[in-house]
Design a protein around this ligand. Structure first.
Ligand code: FAD
Ligand code: NAD
Length: 405
């Protein structure tokens, strides 16, 4: 048994971090390393389900589980704390309440919403990011509905919800919200016609770059449920009263009681704070997921940037790639501990499916286009699969989605 076991510290218990620790314990012996996992909460949340929690179609407790339920606590020490900085030169991680030293570090701290410096977004718009933001957004929308009928002079903007960005997050949120609105209208005695759902997208199309036939399906479906799309229109400013948008040199104010910001992400600010070379908070990693010049640091998930050699562009940050990186990262740390060669990460893209509420979806999976119930079932299978990969069948039974029709 080595006297000084190498210290492996994994930052973040999201998709990438949990895949790393659950796979690493299978690949190294009990006495081969001391593994520590750090996360700011004692629970893992399904980031990929946050549109549902935010719209109020799925309770936030259904979207999270205790981290201790999925890690082998005799092999992995869990530290509930917030990382503030990585001191690369001294091999130390600075936490809100202390410090940790490491021999190998895995940074898997996820992303934050990208605001592109647009004025007022941080103060007045709601992101879809985690359990806290989801609870806040769901409650805010309900508050607007609850307040509308109490006012002598009813303000129509209370019932206007604007979503900035028609990428996957914006579209999935609108799908959920379109189903929730009729319920809210019934609960708060409000005529559905008084509610406005508006989506503002800067690009010339919804879901830019996605299959046009599937995009048309999503747009028709959501328009049928009362969503108004403003395409080729950019959010320029967010104010306490709504947003200012711009199209063809013209600006317009849209008054709205709720502004949701779903226009992309950037890597966790700890990356920039710690002086890593980065692009929008993402570190371009070497093929084996290590950082250039720091052979004991791996960066995975939304904090990392991996180039797709087919088009020379970065792969979009997804749970799918984060989990696969977690597996390769675990293999590579085990290889280093065993004095072996690391391997290059290869992304096996299984496709993308976007839900349009509980019973509809669009997507491409295993090279096949799908819409409707079939796509919606596939989405639930994907959600259940990620539970299975991290927590096995027990977690699928506890948290899985089984309402297929
Ligand atoms: P995360 O899974 O986000 O985990 C990061 C962890 O780090 C969290 O536990 C967080 O609490 C913790 N943390 C953050 N900061 C600190 C700190 N300073 N100190 C300590 N802990 C910290 N991708 C797909 O592939 N398929 C989908 O269907 C899909 N749907 C999505 C739906 C929505 C609404 C959103 C927002 C994203 C979706 N994505 C999807 C993208 C996917 O969620 C992310 O790419 C994925 O979560 C990234 O995984 P990660 O391990 O890098 O980070
Ligand atoms: P995104 O970058 O995919 O989409 C953001 C959208 O916002 C783009 O269409 C962009 O043109 C638009 N936008 C940017 N600035 C704007 C402005 N000022 N005004 C109006 N529109 C503006 O980001 P996302 O949807 O937040 O997704 C983040 C990541 O998570 C992506 O990699 C995505 O693939 C992934 N994700 C995947 C799924 C899924 O697979 N089902 C679901 C959600 C998110």
């Amino acid at each position: 048994m080595p006297l000084n076991k190498p210290k492996v510290v994994v930052l973040g218990a999201g998709y990438g971090g949990l895949m790393t620790v659950t796979r690493l314990v299978r690949k190294i012996g009990v006495n081969e390393a001391e593994i520590t996992l750090v996360n700011k909460h004692n629970y893992h949340y399904e980031t990929t389900w946050m549109h549902e929690a935010s719209a109020g179609t799925l309770h936030h407790d259904r979207c999270r589980y205790p981290i201790k339920d999925v890690i082998n606590q005799s092999r992995v020490r869990f530290v509930k704390d917030t990382v503030t900085k990585i001191n690369k030169e001294e091999n130390k991680v600075v936490l809100e309440t202390g410090e940790l030293s490491y021999d190998y570090l895995v940074v898997a701290l996820g992303a934050i919403p990208e605001t592109f410096g647009i004025s007022g977004l941080r103060e007045h718009a709601f992101p879809i990011a985690n359990i806290n933001t989801s609870r806040q957004l769901r409650e805010h929308i309900e508050y607007q509905f609850a307040t509308y009928n109490t006012e002598a002079e009813k303000r129509p903007e209370r019932l206007t919800i604007v979503v900035g960005g028609a990428g996957f997050t914006g579209i999935e949120f609108l799908g959920e919200l379109a189903n929730r609105i009729p319920e809210l209208c019934r609960e708060y005695d409000i005529d559905r016609q008084k509610v406005n759902l508006i989506c503002v997208e800067a690009a010339p199309s919804v879901l830019p770059g996605f299959d046009p036939e599937l995009v048309d399906y999503a747009v028709n479906y959501l328009e049928g449920k009362g969503v108004e799309f403003k395409i080729g229109t950019a959010v320029k400013e967010c104010t306490p009263d709504g947003i200012i948008v711009g199209k063809d040199d013209k600006t317009e104010e849209i008054k709205a009681g709720t502004v949701v910001w779903a226009a992309g992400v950037r890597g966790n600010p700890v990356i920039e704070e710690s002086g890593f070379e980065n692009m929008r908070g993402r570190v371009k990693v070497k093929p084996d997921l290590r950082v250039e010049g720091h052979d004991n640091i791996f960066v995975i998930g939304d904090c990392s940037l991996v180039i797709n050699e087919e088009n020379d562009r970065p792969f979009p940050p997804t749970a799918q790639i984060s989990m696969q990186q977690g597996e390769t990262c675990a293999k590579n740390i085990a290889a280093l501990i065993h004095g072996k060669e690391t391997e290059a990460f290869r992304f096996d893209n299984k496709g993308s499916v976007a839900s349009l509420g509980e019973h509809d979806a669009i997507g491409v999976a295993f090279g096949k286009k799908m819409t409707g119930t079939k796509a919606s079932m596939m989405k639930k299978i994907i959600d259940n699969r990620s539970l299975f990969l991290i927590g096995g069948p027990g977690l699928v039974l506890k948290k899985g989605k089984f309402k297929f029709f």
